[in-house]
Every structure is written in C-alpha cells, then in structure tokens.
Design a binder for this molecule. Sequence first.
Ligand code: CA2
Length: 146
Amino acid sequence: MKKLKLLVINGPNLNMLGVREPDIYGSKTYADLCEYVRGAGRELGAECELFQSNHEGELVTKIQEALGVFDGIVINPAAYTHTSVAILDALKAVALPAVEVHLSKVSDREAFRQVSYAGLACLRTVAGLGFEGYREAVRILAEALR
Ligand code: CA2
C-alpha cells in the first residue's frame, strides 16, 4: 500500500506545550507531540511532517506549499481557529483533504472558541482527546484517502 504523506500543522503557542497550563493542555512538550504524531503516522502507514508557527502568514504559506507535495493536512490552528479567514481560504484554495484537531474540548470552553473558520474547510473536527486526537485525525485521513 502506498505510504501517505501528511502535513501536520500547529498554530500559535502550541510550542509552549508542557511549559504552561498543564491543566488544559497536558504536561507533555511540543517535541513529545511531534514524536507521538510521527509514531502514530508510521503505525497507520503515513509519513507525517510537522510544522509549527506563531505567525498567520507563515501558516497560510505552508498550506499553499502543501499542494502537489502532501496527500492531506492535519491542522490545529490554535487561536487562529476562531479568527482566521486567511487560513480557511488557504485550505479551500489547495483543496487537500484536511482534518481539524484541538487538544482541548473547545465545545466546553468560552463562547469565543465556539466558531471555527478552518473547520469549514475540513472533513472532520476532533477535539478533547489530547495527543490522541492527532492519531484519530491521521486515521480519518488515511481512511478517506484509501
Ligand atoms: O485545544 C486546542 O488545541 C486549541 O487549539 C489550543 C489553542 C486555543 O486557542 C484553541 O481555542 C484550542 C491555544 C494553544 C495554546 O497552547 C498553549 C500550550 C501550553 C501553554 C500555553 C498555551
């Protein structure tokens, strides 16, 4: 079976994982997340490249550059989830199958987190499962692409 190439994008402040707010985001670091996602990808037959940025434009550029290179996108746009039409437009422009992930259960949080622009361009949203949500997103993409 052909190995899938997936781009896993993480937005602002996720590089701070394990440093602050362990009650919400857990005590593991961003490096731990990268290792976890690569391992989950290997088990599910997907090669995962990880990218994190605190800058909206860099996230948009990375999504654009995925066209013709990756089979699908897993994205946790973090705070840009709730504000960024630019990320939504980039996802629509490349039209690659994408799954939105959130570590926390956003539906149980503040009102301003109840809107997701990026989610409008995604096949599914997985939220509240911590790191496991990324595995689930890879699994959903693998199923959709095969
Ligand atoms: O639950 C998620 O994954 C979020 O995308 C995380 C974002 C938040 O704005 C979204 O509403 C939901 C925040 C990421 C901040 O990550 C931190 C990690 C450790 C310490 C501080 C922030």
